[in-house]
Design a protein around this ligand. Structure first.
Ligand code: MRU
Length: 387
């Protein structure tokens, strides 16, 4: 079965799957400018920390490749590229991957040797370096996710000594799969690897209110991949753990991350924190799967993470396709339905912060990190270049 692809790219052309139309319709939008990428990210047609960064980088690269930069000369070209990247950076604040991509691309263009070149040659060299670096972000993400999958499955195997008779059940929250990344996924990548290695009994995915990334995207990916899975609402986790942990060998909650800070506190989709508290209470491992690009060692604790507030309509309205009387789905019409009194006040933070105390392991592409004797996570050995 072909893997789902959120991002289709060839040099000079970027297409992005419109995730607002999933799971009923598969429609790709061509994204050729920074403005189109900004809208696509802001409107959540693409979402998930790695995918957002990849789309921003590739859109800027397509735009440059196709001649959007009308100035020449090293200084002016770099100034133009900076302005495009600064603009894209404003599209969504919480996930750190976009900021990292912006920093990397700015550093790349500043590292191009242009002495002795004509203005036109300098411009060409800078744009070529930018395009190659953004393509590298895409290629690296897939490798990263496969490593995260392998390290996460290995860590669980070490904890539980899983056999054919003791396969484990896991829960995940939000969407962290092919749709949120360049492919394979982070938390969902670990679940995929567990399945591939014959270690997975069953996966539960939460609906992930209010934006329903779990029911719209993760449930869709799990079905698409043929992974044995069940959808629950966010409010069912406590009852599920209490009633089914022993019978189904529920062993871990595995989530992604939008930003992991220096002590291991982790910002992820709203609802993650409550699952971590529940997992601890029920003796279930709580794992964060995150590429090292999601680790922000410059921020000390989760209190310093800016949390995006989302619009009120995400709670008071919902959109979906029409269900015909025979149960089939009419994909020609999308409807928006009011599900609350439209005058009610709404609090809608897009993310929450799980304190590191509740996290058992942070799985990256470079290995799995557990807490030190001081009860905190330390990333110095994993990414010494950042310290
Ligand atoms: O608001 P979203 O849909 O972009 O949030 C996505 C999440 O919170 C994911 O769990 C996170 O970005 C990890 S993606 C591999």
């Amino acid at each position: 079965m072909s893997a789902l692809e959120a991002i289709k790219y060839s040099r000079g052309k970027l297409e992005v799957l419109d995730q607002l139309r999933l799971p009923h319709e598969h429609h790709y939008d061509e994204v050729s400018t920074s403005e189109e990428a900004f809208d696509c990210i802001k409107a959540m047609r693409v979402r998930g920390a790695p995918a957002i960064a990849i789309v921003a980088a590739l859109a800027a690269s397509v735009e440059l490749h196709n001649g959007s930069c009308t100035v020449t000369g090293t200084e002016d070209v770099i100034k133009y590229i900076d302005s495009r990247l600064d603009y894209l950076y404003e599209s969504r604040p919480t996930a750190v991957d976009l900021g990292n991509a912006v920093r990397l691309l700015k550093k790349t263009v500043r590292g191009v040797k242009t002495e002795g070149l004509t203005d036109a040659e300098a411009k060409e060299a800078i744009i070529k370096a930018f395009v190659e670096a953004s393509e590298e972000i895409l290629a690296k993400d897939l490798k990263t996710n496969k490593s995260i999958g392998a390290f996460g499955a290995k860590w669980l195997q070490e904890q539980y000594k899983i056999t054919d008779d003791s396969k484990i059940t896991v829960m995940t929250h939000c969407n962290t799969g092919s749709l949120a990344t360049s492919g394979h996924g982070t938390a969902l990548g670990i679940i995929r690897t567990l399945r591939d290695e014959g270690l997975l009994r069953h996966a539960y995915c939460t609906e992930t209110r209010p934006y329903n990334q779990g029911s719209r995207l993760t449930a869709f990916e799990l079905v698409h991949e043929g992974i044995p899975a069940t959808l629950v609402t966010d409010s069912m986790a406590a009852a599920l753990f209490r009633l089914r942990k022993a019978e189904e060998n529920i062993a871990a909650v595995i989530v992604g991350a939008d930003r992991v800070v220096r002590n291991g506190d982790t910002a992820n989709k709203i609802g993650t924190y409550q699952l971590a508290v529940l997992a601890k209470h029920h003796g279930i491992k709580f794992m964060v799967a995150a590429p090292t690009t999601s680790i922000d060692v410059d921020t000390e604790t989760g209190d310093d993470i800016e949390i995006e507030q989302r619009k009120r309509e995400e709670l008071t309205q919902i959109s979906g396709a029409v269900v015909n009387a025979d149960g089939s789905i009419d994909t020609s019409k999308s409807v928006r339905v009011a599900i609350a009194d439209q005058r009610i006040g709404v609090w809608n933070p897009g993310f929450d912060v799980t304190p590191h105390e509740y996290i058992d392991a942070i799985v990256t592409e470079k290995g799995t990190v557990v807490k030190g004797e001081d009860g905190k996570f330390h990333f110095e050995d994993l990414m010494p270049e950042r310290f």
